[in-house]
Design a protein around this ligand. Sequence first.
Ligand code: ZN
Length: 251
Amino acid sequence: MRYAVLSDVHANLEALTSVLDAAAEARTEKILCLGDLVGYGADPGGCLERLRAAGAVMVAGNHEHGCLGTLDLDWFNGAARAALEWTREQLSVGDLDALRRLPLHTTEGPCTLVHGTLRHPGRFEYLVDIAQAVDIARMCKTLFCLVGHTHVPCAIEYDRRGQRVGRVVTSGDAVTQMPFTDDPAGFCYVVNPGSVGQPRDGDPRASFLILDTTEHRLSIERVPYDVPAAQRKIREAGLPGFLADRLAAGR
Ligand code: ZN
């Protein structure tokens, strides 16, 4: 099976379209989406429609819960809050219902999907250090623990028997491919695909992950997209200009 793993689309339809095209070209068979489909960008309904039509398996992120009112808007910074209030007004009752039905974590084949960490899925913690990766690798029952939320891609191998961290791949590395051992009793791979719609690692291209369980290889892919079009829509919607500016910088 070849999976395309997407996270933090953030209502950026231009980025999502380019990523779905790249995923189709790579002959991926199933789409997994790690939350924060909405917020920041100008096309929340369009992005939800595309992913539902593609049969994506999805979990909820903090922006879904902010939009639904199940996470207090004080949790968010000013620009995020303004975008969430705008997003609420854009979505149909059916869209909001679809967001409400998304679980905080789920399992699909060899993958566990969660937006923040598996330790406290509803608290939306950022997975930023190796100790957290080890903690959730130990909790995780499947070969892969797929996380989003930081908008920065990375892959961490945990050796369950040796109780130690193996290879670590981050976006700064020249090599973004990593072979994996298909042994869920022996290994857990904690992988963040980066962000489709608002990358924050200095590379403005959309980021996603291809997980090939036949070739036993995972790779973080970067895809150029029409950044000016996404920026124009954000400005035309009256959303904070900073949300448009940062797309060009990938920060
Ligand atoms: Zn996000």
